[in-house]
Design a protein around this ligand. Sequence first.
Ligand SMILES: Cc1cc2nc3c(=O)[nH]c(=O)nc-3n(C[C@H](O)[C@H](O)[C@H](O)COP(=O)(O)OP(=O)(O)OC[C@H]3O[C@@H](n4cnc5c(N)ncnc54)[C@H](O)[C@@H]3O)c2cc1C
Ligand code: FES
Length: 254
Amino acid sequence: MLTIHGHTDEIPNVRTILFKEKLLSKPGQFVMVWVPGVDEFPMSASHTIPRLGVTYRILGPGTTALASRKPGDRIGIRGPYGRGFTLEGERILGVAGGLGIAPLAPFLELAMTKGASAELVLGAKTAKEVLFDGRMTDAGVKVHISTDNGSAGFKGLASELAKEVLSGKKFDCIYACGPEKMLVEVLALAGRHKTPVQASLERYMKCGIGICDSCAIDGRHVCKDGPVFPDSELRTFGELGKTKLDPSGRRVSI
Ligand SMILES: Cc1cc2nc3c(=O)[nH]c(=O)nc-3n(C[C@H](O)[C@H](O)[C@H](O)COP(=O)(O)OP(=O)(O)OC[C@H]3O[C@@H](n4cnc5c(N)ncnc54)[C@H](O)[C@@H]3O)c2cc1C
Ligand code: FES
């Protein structure tokens, strides 16, 4: 059980919660968050140093209950779990769609402290929903913003802006997190530029430790084998961007 240090409102309907106790997590790993009496659900670590934090959209009963808990209240945390991002090379490009920036932000910060040079394509629906742009600029990352309606930066999808950023530049690795259709586009782009990719996937999770099979994708467990997968594995996933298992285990379209 960890104690809530405090909440920060980030963008409309999205908050960060920081915990008092130290819990070391690698960027890209996730924790299972248990709000006693309500639900347990996975969340990426959006803050790893000096304290663990998660940044979440208030959606349903679990995240609404989390948002109502006060500093000093206790929340159950299992983990950190799974495989995070690994720094490959020195010139790196992040591509984040929406809340996909949550696990990428601590990774890019860490990469900068290790001497990497990082650029980031940060996609959101509107200007009001651009998350962590200031945080990334402060870390020394060159940020390129895209919005679906053009209210800030490039008008269009993050993958379309990534195509522009990639033309004429060579990166050692691309790191992506966001909607799965975006990940499919980024994977194709990276293939054309012969650049390795690491991407973080989301699937419905119950146990978080490779037992229940609810997060399966083509025979792999997103909770244990991922959530971050390299392109060599991503390219073998026939289900990527097409289907996923719903909470009852039924395969549904994405
Ligand atoms: C590895 C991983 C990392 C995640 N990181 C973040 C994050 O950093 N920030 C964030 O806002 N969200 C993140 N999510 C999604 C998050 O788990 C859901 O938003 C949350 O569970 C919603 O719960 P709820 O009770 O508020 O809403 P509900 O009404 O119960 O669900 C709303 C939607 O959230 C998703 N969801 C609900 N329960 C789960 C579950 N057990 N596993 C996966 N998805 C679920 C489903 O798509 C569902 O339709 C992550 C999911 C995974 C798998
Ligand atoms: S959540 Fe149970 S196997 Fe992955």
